[in-house]
Design a protein around this ligand. Structure first.
Ligand SMILES: Cc1cc2nc3c(=O)[nH]c(=O)nc-3n(C[C@H](O)[C@H](O)[C@H](O)COP(=O)(O)O)c2cc1C
Length: 334
């Protein structure tokens, strides 16, 4: 029997397969189904800064001006049951499920709303994931200032709680490795690589900007794969792969790169929670087929730890790949 036992954020998990934040994790029924299908931990949908920092007078002012941000904030209450419903979900989920329950906060600025993290801990959350979803549109705001916001926020949340803290971030930084180190120094116990930005589209019939939520594909796996391979064992923090994990092969790849856990959302939304059972069976079969008794033997096997100069290695790979293009085209044409 293959051993899949995994540690993530200091938590003991039965396997490295985790259900990441999505509407599927937003109800007790969905959470039960995910646990029954084999999820080793679940991340609840995020509570948003906009929901938590809205004071009564602000609501009145926004109502008066008909601001779009109010309807956005109120629509969120349908998404995650609102701040109070969310606490109730954390309480019920931790009382009902055997697996760790990770609550999630989504914001960008430190403020009173951060204290909600304490309530999530008191409600029983085993860990907290902080999703910093920030798109800077100001030409006057430098990269280091943006990074400083992240660090300030992580420091503030760290101070508010005693449970493990994971930070989910985007890949769009000039030095992902350096920011990762600073986030860990600011108090993150783990990094979730990566958040997926949803880019709006333009409808040329209605002339409107339209939100478009497209689920991921395995093709998107290579971005987390690269950064997990680079960061493996460089920081005293857990690493979770998010974006593009759809199959057992995808999970095997991120584990080989050095991920502690493989997180799935799109694959579960597309195929249902039972897809987790198939992915776990595929992982077991692959390990058994190679005579590997535990998932630990796989972890980090293809990280960049074995490469003396990862930056030079990346450049060499880049050049080799571009140079191989004519061969690839000829092979595909045949
Ligand atoms: C419908 C939907 C809702 C999501 N809600 C959240 C959320 O509330 N908080 C969060 O951190 N990520 C959220 N995500 C992002 C996922 O957790 C995940 O990081 C992303 O979809 C990439 O992983 P995937 O390729 O497995 O889908 C959501 C994704 C989808 C598709």
């Amino acid at each position: 029997m293959v051993e899949l036992h995994t540690r993530y954020l200091g938590l003991d998990l039965r396997s490295p397969l985790v259900a990441s934040a999505s509407p599927l994790t937003g109800s007790l029924e969905g959470l039960r189904r995910l646990e029954a299908a084999g999820a080793a931990a679940v991340v609840l949908p995020s509570l948003f800064e906009e929901q938590l920092s809205m004071e009564a007078h602000q609501i009145a002012r926004l109502l008066h001006s008909g601001a779009a941000s109010l309807s956005a904030a109120l629509a969120l209450d349908d998404y995650n049951a609102g701040p109070f419903g969310y606490l109730a979900l954390v309480e019920k989920a931790t009382a009902t499920l055997q697996i760790p329950v990770i609550a999630s906060l989504n914001g960008v600025t430190p403020g009173a709303w951060v204290q909600h993290a304490t309530l999530l801990e008191e409600a029983g959350a085993d860990a907290l994931e902080l999703n910093v979803y920030y798109v800077s549109s100001s030409p006057g705001l430098g990269g280091s200032e943006v990074e400083w916001r992240y660090l300030e926020l992580v420091g503030a949340v760290r101070q508010a709680i005693g449970i493990p803290l994971a930070v989910k971030l985007s890949p769009y930084f000039s030095s992902v490795a350096n920011l990762a180190r600073q986030l860990v120094e600011a108090g993150a116990n783990g990094l979730v690589l990566f958040n997926r930005f949803y880019q709006p589209d333009i409808d040329i019939d209605s002339l409107e900007v339209t939100p478009r939520l497209a689920l991921s594909t395995s093709e998107e796996l290579r971005l987390p794969l690269r950064w997990i391979a680079i960061l493996y064992r460089q920081l005293p923090a857990s690493l979770a792969a998010s974006t593009g994990v759809h199959t057992a092969a995808d999970a095997i790849k991120v584990l080989m790169a050095g991920a502690d856990v493989a997180m799935m959302t799109s694959a579960l939304l597309r195929n249902g929670p039972d897809h987790l059972t198939a992915v776990e069976a595929g992982l077991r079969e692959w390990l058994e087929g190679r005579g590997m008794p535990s998932v630990e033997l796989l972890r980090g096997l293809r990280s960049q730890r074995s490469v003396r100069d990862p930056t030079a290695w990346e450049r060499a790979n880049y050049i080799t790949m571009l140079a191989s293009y004519p061969d690839q085209v000829h092979t595909e044409a045949r």
